[in-house]
Each structure stands twice: as structure tokens, then as C-alpha cells.
Design a binder for this molecule. Structure first.
Ligand SMILES: [Fe+2]
Ligand SMILES: [Fe+2]
Length: 280
């Protein structure tokens, strides 16, 4: 029986990624799955380097890393770069040991049916757009002084594809609404009620409603998500919801421990066994 190390947001934090790969080895997990805000920033040199380092360490540790997209991942670029050659299970191969689960992707590991639905609303969207505009003004000034450099600024800090649209969500569910055992998302389902949540602006709610529609349609026994940077457990109807914490550099509540950022999911997933082990 295999296990998967499920983790919250990494935000491109290399040392946390390496720590988690070490946890995966310790917990005898051959797979690690990151629930979005992985740090897919391959439009930057630092982002490409991060992928290379995580890939190299994952190879050494014999752990394969999977992720779905968070609001802070440039998922349009992942499709552009890797969309044409999915692996046998339908994941996009970003590196040999780093694979991306596009929105609506389904797969089965050891008899357990999974689906992934990434995306969320960025509460710091205004700041990100302002920073992009500031970069653009600087680039424009340099051009006026004769610089030939034309650095891209739009779509470098805020990604227009950050959340599912209603149409996208409806189309994915229309294409396949058969139930799954475990649902993986970045955002929380609307009905889940953590006691710490800084992502409850009105603008956050439409995507939570979409995730809720996915939960209602696919009826998972277990739903795991990141994005809130907060470890909590809730029950929504027949679905147990587990929110995972993020890397230590991210915003999080007082009392955070790095063990809040992961849990071990034994496969095949059986809710009774998981409850006994206080896992899921
Ligand atoms: Fe995050
Ligand atoms: Fe997020």
C-alpha cells in the first residue's frame, strides 16, 4: 500500500519544498502532492531554477512531485509549455519528477479515484496589478532613454486565469460528473467553515461556490485544499474537509507549525482506517 504526502502552498519556497521531500521519505511516501500556489513561475529565471532544484532533489529522494494550480501559479504557461505531452495518467510533465494536474483532471491511484480543480481569487490582486504597472512605467522610462530591452510586465505577478470561470466549471462537470473518492482543490468549498480565514472578501466567494458545486457533484468522501494557509478539519455533508497550512514564510495564524502544512494520505483511501489513524 502506498501513501501520498499531501501538502499546502509552497509559494516557490525551495527550502520548505526540500524539507517536505524529506518528510515524504520519512513517511514512506513515493508521491507528494501540492495543493496549489506551488510556485509555477517559469516566466522568470528564478522560477525555472526552483523547478530544476525541486526536480533534482525529488529524483534523489525517489519521490515524484505533483501539483494543481493555485491563484499564484501561472497555469497558462504550464499549458503552453507542457500541454501537448501528458503522461500516461494525464498529468503534464513539467520536469521528469514534477507533474501538473490541470483543472478537472481525474486519475486513479491504487483504486482511489481522484480529481483536481485548481484556482482561487487573489486577495492581493490590487497590489499585484499596481506592482506590474510600476514595472511597466520603469520599463517605459528606460525605453525613452534608449534601452532596447522590452521586459514583459503584464501577467508576471497577477495571472488572469487565476480562478475558474462559471463556464469553465460547468463545462468540466458536464464532461464528467461521476463521483470521486478524494477531491483536491486550491480553494475551499463555500460551506467549509474554518475558524481562521483571511480570504473571505465578497470577491472570494464566487470561486468557493464553484468548488462547492464540484463537491456537490462529485460527492468525495474527502476534500483537501490549501490557499487559506490554515490547518483545519471540517465536515460538510458526507465530505470531510481538510485545509492545509502553507510554507513558514507565508502569512498564517499565531501557533503555526510546519507540520500544519502536510498530512499523509494512505492508499487506497478508506475513511474508517484514516479516522483510526487520525489522518483524514
Ligand atoms: Fe497561498
Ligand atoms: Fe492561494
Amino acid at each position: 500500500m502506498g501513501s501520498v504526502l499531501m501538502t499546502g502552498d509552497l509559494h516557490g519556497n525551495t527550502s520548505h519544498a526540500i524539507d517536505l521531500l524529506q518528510v515524504a521519505v520519512r513517511e514512506e511516501c513515493e508521491r507528494m502532492f501540492v495543493l496549489g500556489d506551488f510556485g509555477a513561475w517559469e516566466h522568470t529565471a528564478a522560477g525555472r531554477r526552483y523547478f530544476d532544484v525541486v526536480d533534482r532533489v525529488a529524483r534523489k529522494k525517489k519521490v515524484r512531485v505533483y501539483f494543481l494550480d493555485g491563484n499564484h501559479d501561472k497555469s497558462s504557461l504550464l499549458h503552453e509549455l507542457y500541454g501537448s505531452e501528458p503522461d500516461d495518467e494525464g498529468f503534464l510533465v513539467c520536469r521528469k519528477n514534477i507533474r501538473y494536474a490541470p483543472r478537472g483532471h481525474r486519475w486513479t491511484w491504487e483504486g482511489t479515484r481522484f480529481a483536481a480543480f485548481g484556482g482561487a481569487y487573489s486577495v492581493d490582486k490590487g497590489w499585484r496589478l499596481a506592482a506590474e504597472a510600476q514595472r511597466e512605467r520603469k520599463a517605459e522610462r528606460r525605453r525613452q532613454f534608449g534601452s532596447a530591452r522590452r521586459p514583459a510586465t503584464e501577467g508576471t505577478l497577477w495571472f488572469p486565469e487565476e480562478q475558474m470561470t462559471d463556464a469553465e466549471c460547468a463545462a468540466l462537470l458536464a464532461a464528467d460528473s461521476t463521483p470521486v473518492d478524494v477531491l483536491l482543490t486550491h480553494d475551499k468549498p463555500r460551506a467549509a467553515d474554518p475558524d481562521w480565514n483571511r480570504k473571505n472578501l465578497p470577491e472570494c466567494l464566487p470561486n468557493q461556490d464553484r468548488v462547492q458545486r464540484v463537491v456537490d457533484a462529485l460527492r468525495p468522501r474527502l476534500a483537501l485544499h490549501g490557499h487559506l494557509h490554515y490547518r483545519y478539519t471540517d465536515q460538510v455533508g458526507d465530505t470531510r474537509v481538510e485545509g492545509l497550512g502553507a510554507d513558514p514564510e507565508a502569512s498564517h495564524p499565531i501557533g503555526y507549525e510546519s507540520s500544519d502544512s502536510w498530512l499523509v494520505l494512505p492508499l487506497p483511501y478508506a475513511p474508517e482506517v484514516a479516522a483510526e489513524r487520525e489522518i483524514a
